[in-house]
Design a protein around this ligand. Structure first.
Ligand code: NAD
Length: 363
C-alpha cells in the first residue's frame, strides 16, 4: 500500500501532511510513503530526512492513498486516479461543489473535519491539533501588537498594570489562547455560549464573563447558532463590556455557518486606542464587524488582525501534529498492508464525504 504526500500548492500553505518522524511506524504497518520533492521544505523537513526515514521521493499521485493538508486544486484533481483515496481538510460543510468534483472523479475522500469527535478518534482530531496552534499564536500576536506589557511589572520607574485580555469562544482554540495569555501574565476573562465551558475557563485561572446569554451544546459538543434576539443581546452586552479590555481574541464558530457576529463596530470604536482584536474566525467571515479576512486593519487606533491560517505560520509543529492525526487515520484504514474500508465503522463512515450511493443505503 502506497501513500503519496504532495507538496502543498495553496497560497501561504507551508504545512506538509506527513513528517519524517511518522515514516518508520507507517512502514512497519505495511505502508510505503512516496514524498514529492520539496514537500516538507517550508515546514523545516528537507528531502534527505524523508529519505533517511525510509520514504522514497517521487510523484505522489500514483499512490493508492494521497495525504494532503488542503483540498486539491483543479490541476491536482486532474492528477487523481479513479478509486484513489484522499485524506485532507476538504471543507465538507462549506464547499459542497468541491466534494461533488471529488465524487465525480471517483475519489474516495476522507475529510479531516468530519472525523467524529469520539474518544477512539482523538488521535485523529486535526481540528483540535490545529486549533491549539491558532489559539496559542493568537495570544502571541496580540502581545506583539499591543503597545503595553502583558504582565504586571514593578520597576524602579514605577508599576505597570497587567494587560486585560478577553477571549470570546472557549473551545479548543479559545482555551489555548486563555492559557497562553495567562502564561504571559495577563489578567484573562473568557466567555462562551455553551454553559459547560465556565468551569474550563475558571480551571485555567481566568474569570468567566457573564453576559447573561446562555446557548446550548449540540451533539458533538458544538454550539447551536443563537437566535436573532439572543445575538442582539449578546452584542449589546459585549459593546458595554469590551472597552474594559486591552485585547480581545475571538474564536466563536458554529460548524457550517458564517461566524457569529459578536463585536459590532461601536464596540471597537469604544475601545482604548492601542487595543488589539485578534479574530480567529476571520476565515468564516469574522466575529468582529470590522474584520477584513487575511488583513490587518486599524480603526480609531484599534488594530484588528484578520489573519487566516495561523497554523501555517507555525508549520513545523503544525505539520508534526497533523502528521500524527493523519498517521492515526492511515493506520485505521490500512490493516495488514491492505486498504480496509469498513463502512460499519463510525470513524471510516463518518469521515468519508464522497459515499453518495452507500449513504443512501439505510443502516
Ligand atoms: P468550534 O471551533 O466549533 O467553536 C469555537 C467555540 O465558539 C465553541 O466553544 C463554541 O461554543 C463557541 N461559540 C459558538 N457561537 C458562539 C457565540 N455566539 N458566542 C460565544 N461563543 C460561541 O469549537 P471547538 O473548539 O472545535 O470545540 C467544540 C467542542 O468540541 C468543545 O466542547 C470541545 O471540548 C469539544 N471537543 C471534543 C473532542 C473529543 O471529544 N474528542 C475533541 C475536541 C473538541
Amino acid at each position: 500500500m502506497k501513500v503519496g504526500v504532495p507538496k502543498e500548492t495553496a497560497d501561504g500553505e507551508w504545512r506538509v501532511a506527513l513528517v519524517p518522524d511518522a515514516i518508520g511506524r507507517l512502514t512497519e504497518a505495511g505502508i510505503d510513503i512516496v514524498v514529492e520533492a520539496g514537500a516538507g521544505t517550508a515546514a523545516g523537513f528537507p528531502d534527505d530526512e524523508y529519505r533517511e526515514a525510509g520514504a522514497s521521493l517521487g510523484t505522489p499521485w500514483d499512490a493508492e492513498i494521497v495525504a494532503k493538508v488542503r483540498k486539491p486544486s483543479e490541476e491536482e484533481l486532474a492528477s487523481f486516479r479513479s478509486g484513489a483515496v484522499l485524506i485532507a481538510f476538504l471543507e465538507p460543510l462549506t464547499d459542497r461543489a468541491g466534494i461533488d468534483r471529488l465524487s465525480e472523479r471517483g475519489v474516495i475522500a476522507f475529510a479531516m473535519e468530519s472525523i467524529p469527535r469520539i474518544t477512539r478518534a482523538q488521535a485523529m482530531d486535526a481540528l483540535s491539533s490545529q486549533a491549539t496552534i491558532s489559539g496559542y499564536k493568537a495570544a502571541i500576536l496580540a502581545a506583539d501588537r499591543l503597545p503595553r506589557f502583558f504582565p504586571m511589572l514593578m520597576t524602579a520607574a514605577g508599576t505597570v498594570a497587567p494587560a486585560k485580555v478577553l477571549v470570546l469562544g472557549a473551545g479548543v482554540a479559545g482555551l489555548q489562547a486563555i492559557a497562553t495569555a495567562r502564561r504571559l501574565g495577563a489578567v484573562v476573562s473568557g466567555y462562551d455560549v455553551r454553559p459547560a465551558v465556565r468551569e474550563q475557563v475558571e480551571s485555567l485561572g481566568a474569570t468567566f464573563l457573564d453576559l447573561g446569554v446562555v446557548g446550548e451544546e449540540t451533539a458533538g459538543g458544538y454550539a447551536r447558532e443563537l437566535t436573532e434576539d439572543e445575538q442582539r443581546r449578546q452584542q449589546e452586552e459585549l459593546e458595554r463590556r469590551i472597552p474594559e479590555f486591552d485585547v480581545v481574541i475571538t474564536t466563536a464558530l458554529v460548524p457550517g455557518r458564517p461566524a457569529p457576529r459578536l463585536i459590532p463596530e461601536a464596540a471597537v470604536t469604544a475601545m482604548r486606542p492601542g487595543s488589539v482584536i485578534v479574530d480567529l474566525a476571520a476565515e468564516a467571515g469574522g466575529n468582529c464587524e470590522l474584520t477584513v479576512p487575511g488583513e490587518d486593519v486599524v480603526r480609531e487606533g484599534v488594530t484588528i488582525l484578520g489573519q487566516t491560517n495561523l497554523p501555517s505560520t507555525m508549520a513545523t509543529h503544525a505539520s508534526q501534529l497533523y502528521s500524527r492525526n493523519v498517521s492515526a487515520l492511515l493506520r485505521h484504514l490500512v490493516v495488514d498492508g491492505e486498504l480496509t474500508l469498513d463502512w460499519d465503522d463510525e470513524i471510516t463512515a463518518g469521515a468519508c464525504v464522497t459515499r453518495r450511493d452507500e449513504a443512501e443505503v439505510p443502516a
